[in-house]
Design a protein around this ligand. Structure first.
Ligand code: PDD
Length: 277
């Protein structure tokens, strides 16, 4: 390599920080996790670490020990001293010359942030509107990959439409999940959600929502739904670590139920609170 240019400036390649040659930047070649804490305690750390370890294994990033990750997460969380924190971290395969294949000896790059969580109280009380967007993603959405272009485009489209989230619809006309959330509906006293497969992320919130369904005494049906079915349903909500349960009161321009947070959705929010306290 002879020249590096960053914005308008030339640099001697040997003096450029390695992070500019990160495969995460070149290829999105890495995986990530998002966790949160409630009142000073990290929620579901073991679940997130297990998913992270699996994501790494699925894309053959083998040079980072999961116990080391746990140490870093716990250490950074303690240092930040934020009781209700969002913890983001990712690992990329490493830095090197741009080439699609990699050298197994490559040293992974780890990056982590701890920040204040956005306040969710208003959206939990009032619910949100969601829009629809085609699911343009690859065929391994079960891996929490840094490649999020399709998710980013979907979410930006939702925001432009005044919505909180984009619900993704696959080529066969079925809902998979949200651009950054799991998707749930309630009808006839049953909770309905997408079955776990390679086309969705095994959401940690989803796991605890299913546990909450048991506590509440609601039957769970795992099946694919079409948007038209959901429009006629009584209640619907999305689930994501940073906000746990967010009621959906408007779906693709159609009011769900009476436009207010449904009774069962409220039960899920209350039950989740028990899990996190
Ligand atoms: N997103 N589905 C997708 C595509 C997601 O990106 C996420 C989370 C979820 C919910 O997963 P969990 O319950 O484990 O948070 C489902 C994270 C928070 C993000 O990308 O910021």
């Amino acid at each position: 390599m002879k020249i590096v240019m960053i914005q308008d400036k030339f640099f001697d390649p040997s003096r450029v920080d390695d992070i500019y040659f990160d495969r995460g930047l070149y290829f999105g070649d890495g995986v990530y996790e998002v966790l949160r804490s409630y009142k000073g305690k990290i929620f579901a750390l073991d679940d997130h670490l297990a998913r992270f370890e699996r994501s790494m294994k699925e894309i053959s990033i083998l040079g980072l020990d999961i116990n080391k990750v746990r140490e870093r997460v716990e250490g950074a969380f303690a240092k930040a001293a934020i009781p209700d924190a969002k913890i983001y971290f990712h690992v990329t395969r490493g830095s090197g010359p741009r080439g699609h294949s990699w050298d197994d000896e490559m040293k992974p790059n780890f990056f982590l942030t701890v920040s204040e969580l956005d306040d969710s109280s208003e959206i939990k009380e009032k619910g949100v509107a969601v829009s629809l967007y085609p699911d343009l993603r690859w065929k391994r959405c079960d891996i929490k990959s840094l490649n999020l272009l399709a998710n980013v485009l979907a979410n930006q489209d939702a925001v432009k439409k005044g919505c909180f989230e984009a619900i993704l619809v696959n080529d066969d006309g079925y809902i998979t999940e949200g651009s950054s959330s799991a998707f749930f509906s309630i009808n006839d006293g049953k909770l309905i959600t997408t079955p776990l497969a390679k086309n969705i992320l095994p959401s940690i919130t989803r796991k605890y929502v299913l546990k909450a369904a048991k506590t509440i005494g609601l039957e769970v049906i795992e099946k694919l739904l079409r948007p038209e079915e959901v429009k006629a349903f009584e209640e619907t909500f999305i689930g994501v670590t940073t906000r746990d349960i967010v009621p959906v009161v408007e779906f693709d321009g159609v009011t769900i139920g009476n436009g207010m947070v449904g009774k069962l959705t409220k039960s899920f929010i209350d039950t989740f609170e028990i899990f996190t306290s």
